[in-house]
Every structure is written in C-alpha cells, then in structure tokens.
Design a protein around this ligand. Structure first.
Ligand code: BTN
Length: 268
C-alpha cells in the first residue's frame, strides 16, 4: 500500500508534524471528504489520499475520472488567517509546488500553464481544485486544495489523449513512486505556504513561478468574449495575475477565472 510509504516519506521530511494523513481505498471525492471532516471540526493539515474516487471532481463542474492504481488523488485542509481576496492564489502555490516536486523527483521539463495547469511536452499532468467555506466576516473558515497527479497512467483514451499525459508516459514507460511525488509536493507546498502566509502574496515565489511559466515572453490569445486580443505574456505579478503586454505596448493584468488565456504555439 503506497500510503505507508507516503507516511514514511513525510516523516523523513519532517512534514508529519504539519500533515495528518489518512488513506482510503475508495472515496467519493477527496475534496468532499475533507470538507465533511472540516465541518466536523478537523484542523489544518488533514490530508486525505484516495486510491480511487467514485465521484472525482474537476473544475467548472467537470468529472475527474479517478480509477485505482495509477494516479495520485489527494486533498488537504487549510485554515488561513488572511482575507478572502488572498485565497485564490493558493491554487497557484499548489501548482508551483507540484511542478517543483516533479522537477525534483523525475527531472522532466515541467512547465506551468497559468494559472495552475502543470504540463510536460504541452500536455497536462496535474489538475488542482480549490474549494472553501467563508464566514460572514469574509474570511475563510477553511480551504480545501485537491490535487490529481497523473503519475503511472499507462495511456489516455479519446479526446484526453491529445491533452493529457503522465509521468510514466513521459519517462518512456518507467514507473514513478506515487508516494515520493506526493510527499515531495506536500513538502514544497508547506514551505511555499509559510512564505505566502508571511507576506499574503506570492512575492517569495514569483521568480520560481515565472521561470517555469510556459507562456513567458510568448504570444498568447486572451479569450475575452467581448473583445478577444493577442499580446505577449510577461509572467505573473505578486497577486498571481498574468501580465500581458498588448500590441499597442500597454499592459493588462488578468485575474484568475476572469478570461481564458491560450498559447499560440502548441502548449495547451
Ligand atoms: C481540474 O479540472 O483540472 C482540477 C481537477 C482536480 C482533481 C482532484 S483529484 C483530488 C481532488 N478530489 C477531487 O474530486 N478533485 C480533486
């Protein structure tokens, strides 16, 4: 069972004092499970790992197909003290952390597609879904960050084949330890989260993030339904907004969830 290895790695990394890990053979959605536990009083650092998810959720109400045996599905609970406006960038913090973990564990040329898709060879290897409950004071009661990493998936069928890949596929069929990738991602997240909580922005991570941003200094199309336009991506700012230089030289800053941004040269 890979959860035993994962617990062991967290212990070796000294992360077992922050993370409280529980493993389930089958769960509807690790995000839903953590939310239920949070409603029952669970504290920051609870991590739920599911071998399979029977109702895995993606962004925009999509399904995240989650069979057992190949990928890593996990969610953890945070109880940050900052205001709601600082919450959205936590998803970018997790994206960066997964990218750093993949680079460390398998040294593959991993890139980030803003805001938080992790891609290798233009194909997605990871999805992140953050959810939260907010109090009447506007502050988060809790935040759940759920991550699915395509670690040992052998192949993707249908339309997914063109846009998804796994670490195993990218390594020419060689298996990767789900436990090591997950523990390393959690290690980077904890360190990045501490930095984020100190400044309540991404100032301690902007350089690392922009270094592996797929669109950096490349042409992008901003799919604004009213007024689509092209520009050059100049990286993110400290709030996680994408800075785009328009053809007339002016700069716009795009917030996450506002409009979709597409690369023009292959990367998704
Ligand atoms: C995306 O659409 O890109 C986000 C996918 C997020 C999937 C993960 S798997 C673990 C956690 N539990 C869920 O139900 N979803 C997230």
């Amino acid at each position: 069972m890979w959860a035993d290895d994962l617990k062991q790695y967290l212990k070796i990394l000294g992360e077992d004092s922050f993370y409280d890990l529980r493993y389930l053979e089958s769960v509807d959605s690790t995000n839903e499970y953590v939310k239920r536990e949070a409603d029952r009083g669970a504290g920051e650092g609870l991590v739920i790992v599911g071998e399979e998810q029977t109702a895995g959720k993606g962004r925009l109400g999509r399904t995240w197909v989650s069979p057992a045996g190949e990928a890593a599905y996990f969610s953890f609970l945070l109880q940050p003290k900052f205001a709601a406006e600082h919450v959205a960038a936590l998803t970018l913090v997790m994206g960066l952390s997964v990218a750093q973990a993949v680079r460390e564990v398998v040294t593959l040329p991993v890139e980030i597609k803003w805001p938080n898709d992790i891609v290798i060879d233009h194909k997605k290897i990871c999805g992140i879904l953050s959810e939260g409950r907010f109090g009447s004071d506007g502050k988060p009661d809790y935040i759940v960050i759920g991550t699915g990493i395509n670690v040992n998936n052998r192949a993707f069928e249908g339309p997914l084949a063109a846009i998804a890949t796994s670490l195993k596929i990218e390594r020419g069929g060689r298996e990767v330890s789900r436990a090591l990738v997950t523990a390393t991602a959690l290690k980077y997240f904890h360190s990045n989260y501490r930095k984020y909580c100190e400044t309540e922005d991404l100032s301690g991570m902007v350089t690392d993030y922009n270094f592996i941003l797929a669109s950096r200094d490349r042409e992008v199309k901003i799919e604004d339904p009213k007024d689509p336009y092209r520009g050059i991506s100049r990286g993110i700012d400290q709030r996680g907004r994408l800075i785009v230089e328009k053809e007339d030289g002016t700069e716009v800053k795009i917030s996450t969830g506002e409009v979709s941004v597409r690369g023009l040269y292959g990367y998704i």
